[in-house]
Ligand binder design. Structure first.
Ligand SMILES: Nc1ncnc2c1ncn2[C@@H]1O[C@H](COP(=O)(O)OP(=O)(O)OP(=O)(O)O)[C@@H](O)[C@H]1O
Length: 336
């Protein structure tokens, strides 16, 4: 593997993940997904529940189940395809090169092992350090993620910590070995709104301190705003719009992106102004094979949308999968 900055750190090429046995009905959870993350870059994968974000991250981490799943395409990490690595090789990369923070700290942390043991375990497995050095580093890490009295907290069990603290512990564990790539899957969804902001701040600082690249997986474009350089919007397993954050926020072109943006609360909107939800639900999708999956919910729908699938096309300042995109800064087109 090379360490050069002349290639993306992670390059996902035409990834597809199908659940179900061959020859039987298969569900395409992820299809035609391509994205690049350069060293130190922060990239978001955004979409509603069930759009395939988590499955994409599990494929990158080599954590999909062995059976009943068919994975296609390439996941190039520093130019080497992770999909061809053995489970042992992937276990070696996880934690040291690529780490992940999951949504729910209660299920990611082992409830019967102290926080200290869980944190030092990672350090001992991946770094050439003694037990005493690992403990010292664990105390330092807990301090860095803003946990008061870290030496005492190390002796505690996950249930003795608040939700926000548990999520900070998970961030500390993920960044313990200074991975080059951190994948954060809805890291603040399970937390109260005020705690969410604090935890995001901790994550942002630590990622910046360690110069890690970040893949942020979220349904919330608000989370993306202060954190990510590039944004990939996913709908029903495919990327529908992909561009730089500022362009996406100033001028969403896919009606689904427009809908996502219109549904986040804004500080500059008048008091009491209603939010505009995207009509329908993600269950109202059409198969991508013969239509645009978003068509049943789309206010910009034209005839072609239910006749054939739009391809993801480079349109100058972004990649877009849409027959009738929104005009400049038109946020109203998504809601009918
Ligand atoms: N083990 C599995 N077997 C069958 N289908 C699965 C499996 N895991 C996920 N799926 C399906 O894949 C699709 C994408 O799921 P995924 O969890 O990636 O969505 P998501 O966008 O991350 O949503 P959420 O935010 O709710 O986790 C869904 O339709 C889901 O039902």
């Amino acid at each position: 593997m090379t360490g050069a900055h002349d290639q993306p750190l992670l390059s996902v090429r035409d990834l597809s993940v199908r659940f179900g046995l061959k020859g039987q009905r298969q569900v395409a959870a992820v299809d035609e997904v391509s994205l690049d993350i350069w060293p130190g870059q922060h990239v978001a994968l955004v979409g509603e529940s069930g759009s395939g974000k988590s499955v994409t991250s599990l494929a990158v981490m080599g954590l999909l189940p062995d059976r009943g799943v068919e994975v296609g395409g390439e996941v190039l990490y520093r130019g080497e395809d992770l999909l061809t690595k053995s489970p042992k090789e992937m276990a070696g990369l996880r934690g040291s090169e690529i780490a992940m923070v999951f949504q729910d700290p209660m299920t990611s942390l082992n409830p019967v092992i102290t926080v200290g043991v869980q944190l030092t375990e990672v350090l001992l497995r991946h770094l050439q350090v003694s037990k005493a050095e690992a403990r010292e580093r664990a105390v330092e890490l807990l301090g860095r993620v803003g946990i008061p009295d870290p030496a005492r907290r190390l002796r505690e069990y996950p249930h003795q910590l608040s939700g926000g603290m548990r999520q900070r512990v998970l961030i500390a564990i993920a960044l313990a070995c200074e991975p080059k790539l951190l994948i954060a899957d809805e890291p603040t969804t399970a937390l109260d709104v005020t705690i969410q902001a604090q935890v995001l701040e901790v994550l942002k600082d630590l990622v910046a301190d360690t110069d890690a690249a970040l893949l942020m997986i979220t349904h919330d474009l608000g989370v993306v705003a202060g954190l990510c350089d590039d944004v990939n919007v996913m709908y029903s397993g495919r990327i529908v719009e992909s561009t730089n954050r500022n362009r996406l926020f100033a001028n969403p072109r896919h009606p689904y992106t427009g809908g996502l943006l219109a549904s986040i609360p804004r500080l500059d909107s008048p008091r009491g102004a209603p939010l505009t939800p995207i009509p329908g639900s993600p269950t109202q999708t059409l198969p991508w094979t013969s239509a645009c999956a978003f068509a049943p919910r789309c206010g910009n729908r034209v005839e072609a949308c239910t006749e054939r699938a739009p391809a993801l096309e480079a349109t100058g300042d972004r990649d877009l999968r849409c027959f009738n995109p929104l005009a400049d800064a038109d946020l109203t087109g998504a809601a009918r």
